[in-house]
Design a protein around this ligand. Sequence first.
Ligand code: MLT
Length: 265
Amino acid sequence: MNTKTVNAVELAFVDRGTGPAVVLVHGFPLDHSMWNEQIDVLSADYRVIAPDLRGFGRSGAGGDTITMEQLADDLAGLLDALQLHEPIVFCGLSMGGYVAFQFQRKYGARLRGLILCDTRAAADTPEKAAARREMAERVLSDGPQPLVDGMAPLLFAPETVENRPEMVESLLSVMLGTDRRTIAAVSLGMADRADFTPELHAIECPTLVIVGQFDAISPSDEMREIAAAIPGARFAEIPAVGHMSPMEDPAEVNAAILEFLGGLS
Ligand code: MLT
């Protein structure tokens, strides 16, 4: 992996291929490796940049609270450090989508396109935010296990759990390997994140919304509404998979992404 120091943190990232840039932003508490199947395929025609966000994977730690805005600022800083000034396509899954909304708000002129995978535009309810803050305390004292125990049943469609146990195990091991301070800091940041629903209608760049049919964290109906609110957005529901659609059915997700990218001017 490559590294660059951005906003006083060393960020690790994959940078593969040449052509128009596509930035793949992982979910929580994961790292760039969730995109391996996309990196392999998309890098044949595009420059694929897949970072580990601050505190995750091989990137350096930073902060007691890590906001979605901070993560968006880090990505803008990474693009600057790479001297990548032409507009990019930003593809984010779940937490990566929360960062995408922030990036769009603050750095919209740097976007050529937006791909929102298995994510939500709404803020946390007060109950959900309180549960996140409680979990942040718990993870700081007990480590990631309680968080992983709570999330694991929600991540994959039952078919995936049955047919691809190694892939499921490897994702859970990334989660368990994530620094407890990062999990706590980002949980606090997610609990405080803004509601982007009122801003969806103002998104101007071409947008693709992707969701697994059985996503239990960012339900398909809710994502369909996000797509309906963004002018001209396309909607792709991936059959028979859950929240981790790019890992569960990479062929379908890659096809949807490639079709979208191919249609951009
Ligand atoms: C993710 O996959 O990034 C998480 O489910 C996001 C969240 O906890 O809201």
